[in-house]
Design a protein around this ligand. Structure first.
Ligand SMILES: Nc1ncnc2c1ncn2[C@@H]1O[C@H](COP(=O)(O)OP(=O)(O)O)[C@@H](O)[C@H]1O
Ligand SMILES: [Mg+2]
Length: 621
């Protein structure tokens, strides 16, 4: 065989091998073209998972008759203003998609631009162009791709089920729809409309949150923190979920660079880093982040489907993302996921069916007589709904917030000017409310303006201790307490060795230990903040942490892990009775402490039930 130049159609088919792997890749290219054309609505229909038909219709700027002919030519594009690949302003720029898809299918494009009286249609089959014909149609473009890969049967064999191919296209469209909230999108097949989002209004962030909620779920919108940061012309925006709203995999993490959905390791690593000490290793936050940067700072031309990108300053980009996420998380540290409350509610609902046997209740609680007797404004029990303003009094006997008799309701206190009363009134307006009671020596019940808060005091305390230790460490002021009787802890040689190698670093963190021979160590001082701590458990767990830690890293780099482990062994507090003052102090500290909405293991430290939800429980709504 002689050396020869390949015919155009073969060249296009080879390109198609890279650009259009499956129907979803054709959908991606065509929808991107519609976005580039300035469309505000894009409707996609697929039949047989895209095998028999992919139709993409838009109301964008359309093409003239000449452009329609030209767009089937290889490397014909309207999107590269200069003669270089630097200033890429559009999603497309290669001029490859249309000729490639046309080379492996039967394609018809109907298009009309704003200057023309009528639309033009042109069909191409297996790369062979037909004649341009005038047809009637609105402004915009409709691309119909029939029998994709009929010309390349080998490719056809590799396609998955119709459902899987449709699913892949849905995934592509959802990602694009997230990045373009001002565009309405639909995707449907023979049976159903799988995606339908209307153009979102409002300022950019509102529109975005609206669109993200429509695609990632309303719950995401309710639990997302706004992200906005800028450094050296690189702009990061988007929304990130609070840590307690998490998933078992990373499939709900979406990243975009200059409006392009990407899957890039840099993002995955940055997100991991930002949520590191807030989530267990196997849990993943939900987020959608949009990075905008000058075209010369990023190379989008490293991947045929443009799914990966290369940054000129990847360290800077990573730093920007980690910093922005951490700031947002710290500022909203006390926010726990709203779904936690909903989950709690649904378990309340589940209880409804089981009635307490009547005779098991203390006699005085049965019937209504007693309630009337205690002098509550004579509201007949059946009329209670009317009296929606009624709350239990804010303050009871001076001796405590919880009267001896337990449930005795009192008439609302009209004139009580005690300072505690005032304090409580004020606390009601705080995010975590005013402490009202403690249950099982473990849970704090607080009242807010429009609901109630239930705090797991152990989890909350652990988190607070950890954050305090981090802060003290940052200020180089970790206080230590000397053990009256130094504790000898038996470990194995390796573990003891690892701890002793790090003894200087550990001392800075409040833990003073020395080798004691034969795999044992002696602990002389512990961090004062831990109070009376379980030294043996602490040392053992720290040794385990160190075993996992890269020896070239300093403990400071893993400070979060170390302090989390320490806090875990501090003297806590489940099972300790707290005074109202102590409870309120805990709530107030939670409000101002970063990350206090979740414990060191990513579980919530509190749940919130809105009054409206409580009313639903009782059928009042
Ligand atoms: N939906 C559309 N509306 C208007 N013009 C389009 C549309 N689709 C394609 N075109 C035109 O066809 C050209 C070629 O498209 P394509 O092969 O996808 O290459 P690229 O998008 O890289 O330029 C585009 O540059 C554009 O001018
Ligand atoms: Mg294109």
């Amino acid at each position: 065989m002689r050396l020869r130049r390949l015919p155009d159609n073969i060249v296009n088919q080879i390109a198609a091998g890279e650009v259009v792997e499956r129907p979803a890749s054709a959908v991606k290219e065509l929808v991107e073209n519609s976005i580039d054309a300035g469309a505000t609505r894009i409707d996609v229909v697929m039949r047989a998972g895209g095998r028999s038909l992919i139709s993409v219709a838009d109301n964008g700027k359309g093409m003239s008759r000449d452009e329609l002919e030209l767009c089937f030519e290889r490397h014909a594009t309207s999107k590269l203003p200069d003669e270089d690949l630097v200033h890429i302003q559009h999603l497309g720029f290669r001029g490859e998609a249309i000729p490639s898809i046309a080379s492996v299918s039967r394609m018809t494009i109907t298009s009309r631009n704003s200057d023309d009286e009528n639309a033009w249609a042109l069909s191409v089959e297996g790369g062979k162009k037909g004649e341009v014909e005038p047809v009637g149609a609105q402004q915009g473009t409709r691309v119909e791709v029939r029998d994709i890969f009929f010309a390349t049967p080998a490719r056809l064999k590799f396609l998955k089920s119709e459902r899987a191919e449709f699913g892949a296209a849905l995934d592509v469209m959802r990602r694009l729809a997230m990045a373009y909230p001002a565009i309405a999108f639909t995707l449907s097949d023979e049976k159903r409309v799988a995606l339908r989002v209307s153009a979102s209004q409002g300022d950019l962030f509102e529109a975005w949150l609206d669109r993200l909620g429509a695609i990632m779920g309303r719950e995401f919108a309710d639990n997302a923190l706004k992200i906005e940061a800028e450094r050296d012309g690189v702009h990061l925006s988007g929304f990130a979920g609070v840590p307690t709203f998490n998933r078992g995999n990373a499939s709900m993490q979406f990243m975009f660079v200059n409006g392009r959905p990407v899957k890039d390791k840099l993002f995955v690593g940055a997100v991991r880093g930002a949520y590191m000490d807030l989530l267990a290793r196997n849990r993943h936050p939900l987020l959608a982040l949009f990075l905008e940067l000058p075209a010369d700072q990023v190379d989008v031309n490293v991947h045929p489907a443009k799914a990966e990108v290369r940054f000129r300053d990847s360290g800077g980009v990573r730093g920007l993302i980690v910093g922005a996420l951490r700031n947002a998380l710290a500022e909203n540290g006390h926010r726990a996921s709203s779904t936690v409350g909903h989950q709690a509610l649904s378990s309340f609902h589940a209880q409804q069916a089981t009635q307490l046997p009547l005779q098991s209740r203390p006699a005085h609680q049965v019937g209504v007589g007693n309630w009337a007797d205690v002098g509550r404004n004579s509201v007949a029990p059946g009329m209670a709904e009317e009296n929606t303003e009624y709350h239990a009094p804010l303050q009871n006997s001076p001796s405590g917030y919880y009267s001896e008799t337990g449930m005795t309701p009192q008439a609302p206190v009209v004139e009580n000017t005690s300072s505690q009363q005032k304090q409580t009134e004020e606390y009601l307006h705080y995010p975590l409310g005013a402490a009202r009671s403690q249950l099982h020596e473990t849970y704090i019940v607080a009242q807010t303006q429009d609901g109630m808060i239930l705090v797991d005091q152990h989890a909350a305390h652990e988190r607070l201790v950890m954050e305090r230790m981090k802060k003290a460490f940052g200020d180089k002021s970790v206080a230590r307490q000397i053990m009256l009787l130094p504790d000898v802890v038996e470990l194995d040689e390796l573990s003891a060795g690892r701890l002793c190698d790090r003894s200087d670093e550990l001392a800075e963190m409040g833990l003073v230990l020395e080798p004691f021979g034969n795999g044992a160590i002696v602990v002389r001082e512990t961090p004062a903040m831990l109070g009376e701590c379980n030294v043996k458990g602490l040392v053992q767990d720290l040794a385990d942490d160190l075993a996992e830690l890269d020896t070239t890293l300093s403990l400071k780099d893993r400070m979060d892990d170390v302090f989390a482990t320490m806090a875990c062994h501090g003297s806590v507090r489940a099972g300790r009775r707290l005074t109202v003052e102590e409870m309120n102090a805990l709530l107030r500290e939670m409000e101002v402490t970063p990350h206090s909405g979740q414990c060191n293991h990513g579980r919530p430290t509190y749940v919130e039930l809105k009054l409206a939800d409580i009313e639903k429980l009782f059928g009042r709504r």
